[in-house]
Design a protein around this ligand. Structure first.
Ligand code: H79
Length: 493
């Protein structure tokens, strides 16, 4: 293949080489979400609908998005009514996929609208729970894949307005969360199982015409949401992986631009975006599209192998059971994560410069299940004590250690969030050259913790004498640019 670089030049050949390089970089099983793969600048191909910028956004809205760090996802819709069961049979897949897994026609599915009447729904109670939990934003499903809208959309007959419940759920939530000072992000699924014009792929002229009408419908709904709820801070798009959508990268760029004109400062996820060649999340040159990477669904980047993600803003999504988003009546079907496991993911995300969004799926009447209330309570109590190491914090730039995760605040304080206790009683810290640990303090108690320098730029931070009984945080005050006398000798080998 090297020969290609030496033979005829010219524009076509040049582009061929670029595309070949692109193929070698991206086309061979390297995931679209691998942020480490960008092209040498001179090999970049021109794109009309590619990334808008190469760096993180640094304006106030983006900084707020980033500093929030912890969010609450809520999936709510008709699937809460069926809760994973259809005609007496329990389905173990996501309850929000029941229409597909039980082969239900959209017409049959939408009969559930007659039963949508969430009499216990109280947006202010939801907002208070979110506040207690310590989340700084809510991501709420306005329309999931089934097409049912939680706001009275003028463009669909499948909305709350046509149910006994009638209430504008999105409107009530925006009002209540705004009042609590918790940001609202709107989830919108492009994929739509009930819209007659939706197509998975374009195989004919008719498909093409229908899908154009569909994109117009989606644009109208998105515009409608942005007009009705102008205080929202973010739009989060889902269901954008089908061929029909990938062939219309221009539309995704257009929607991002439109939203940014309508609501200054708004943030948009990478999942909305496809480029000229149908590449998603990262464009054909390897640059992130949208404002933050949104591919870490039910997984997180590897703390060692994936540190490249720290160059981008990103957000990860966690379900409590293995893959349940909406309410499912049977949570014995898979493992359910504990509050400490959720807290570990919060620390993990912040330690790599990302946000974590924990998902709840309320019951059809508008109540949260006991497990979710408990999760909210325990996460909230921990965040109240230790939030200083999460909110406004970022990647610390230090090598991962076995005891847990580092984060760093804006003033340069390093936090050690300890999840694993070593038998030695010593928490190993390796610092960069030219720095010194001034002081270590147990965050919660404010008590000093002993530190012993063990080797060049290496320390043992001593475990607190009394086991805190939960993940705990040690604050390190760092002195930088110190001129340390080097008393250590390198080994000659
Ligand atoms: O809204 C939540 C999910 O419903 C949505 N994204 C989050 C935020 C999502 N929809 N689809 N996907 C994610 C990926 C699709 C996975 C699938 Fe499957 C694999 C669909 C069919 C096979 C998972 C496994 C769902 C059903 C079986």
């Amino acid at each position: 293949p090297l020969l290609i670089f030496q033979t005829n030049s010219g524009f076509m050949r040049n582009n061929f080489v670029k595309i070949l390089v692109l193929f070698l970089l991206f086309g061979t099983g390297v995931s679209a979400q691998d942020p480490a793969k960008t092209l040498p600048a001179d090999l970049e191909i021109p794109l009309k609908y590619g990334a808008e910028r190469l760096e993180k956004r640094q304006d106030a809205s983006m900084r707020k998005f980033r500093d929030n760090r912890l969010g609450l996802f809520i999936h709510w819709g008709l699937y809460a009514i069926t809760s994973g069961e259809w005609n007496g049979k329990l389905y173990d897949g996501p309850s929000s996929f029941l229409l597909k897994s039980a082969n239900i026609t959209p017409k049959e599915w939408m009969k559930l609208m007659d039963r949508w009447n969430p009499t216990n729904f109280d947006a202010f109670r939801w907002a208070q729970m979110a506040k207690r939990m310590g989340v700084k934003y809510l991501k709420i499903t306005t329309k999931h894949h089934d097409g049912f809208c939680l706001w009275p959309s003028a463009y669909s007959k499948y909305t709350v307005a046509q149910t006994p419940g009638k209430r504008d759920i999105i409107g009530e939530l925006v009002k209540a969360f705004d009042a609590e000072g918790i940001d609202v992000h709107l989830y919108y699924s492009i994929l739509d199982w009930s819209h007659p014009d939706f197509r998975y792929s374009i195989k004919s002229k008719e498909d093409s015409i229908a899908f154009s009408r569909f994109l117009e419908f989606a644009e109208n709904q998105i515009k409608e949401l942005a007009t009705r709820y102008p205080t929202v801070k973010d739009f989060w798009f889902d269901g954008t992986w089908d061929a029909s959508f990938k062939e219309n990268g221009w539309w995704s760029a257009h929607i991002e631009k439109m939203l940014k004109e309508m609501i200054p400062g708004i943030t948009v996820n990478s999942r909305l975006r496809a480029d000229d060649y149908g590449k998603r999340h990262f464009d054909s040159n390897g640059h992130l599209m949208g404002d933050y990477e949104s591919g870490y669904e039910r997984r997180l980047p590897d703390p060692v192998k994936d540190v490249g993600i720290t160059r981008h803003d990103w957000e990860g999504y966690m379900t409590l059971p293995e893959n349940q988003w909406g309410y499912h009546k049977d949570w014995t079907l898979s493992y359910v994560k504990t509050p400490f496991e959720a807290i570990q993911r919060i620390a993990h995300a912040t330690s790599m410069g990302g946000n974590l969004v924990i998902n709840f799926g309320p019951k059809p009447e508008g109540d949260f299940r006991q497990e979710e209330l408990e999760m909210a309570d325990i996460v909230g109590k921990w965040m109240k004590k230790n939030g200083e190491c999460i909110y406004g914090c970022d990647y610390a730039g230090l090598a991962k250690q076995d005891w847990g995760y580092y984060t760093r605040s804006k003033d340069g304080t390093i936090y050690m969030i300890v999840f694993n206790i070593p038998y030695s009683g010593n928490l190993v810290v390796k610092m960069p050259k030219g720095t010194r640990i001034e002081k270590a303090i147990l965050l919660e108690k404010g008590r000093k913790v002993d530190i012993v320098e063990t080797s060049r730029d290496e320390y043992n931070v001593c475990m607190p004498v009394k086991d805190p009984g939960e993940p705990f945080v040690i604050k390190l005050q760092i002195e930088e640019n110190v001129d340390v006398e080097d008393k250590y000798w390198d080994a000659l080998t």
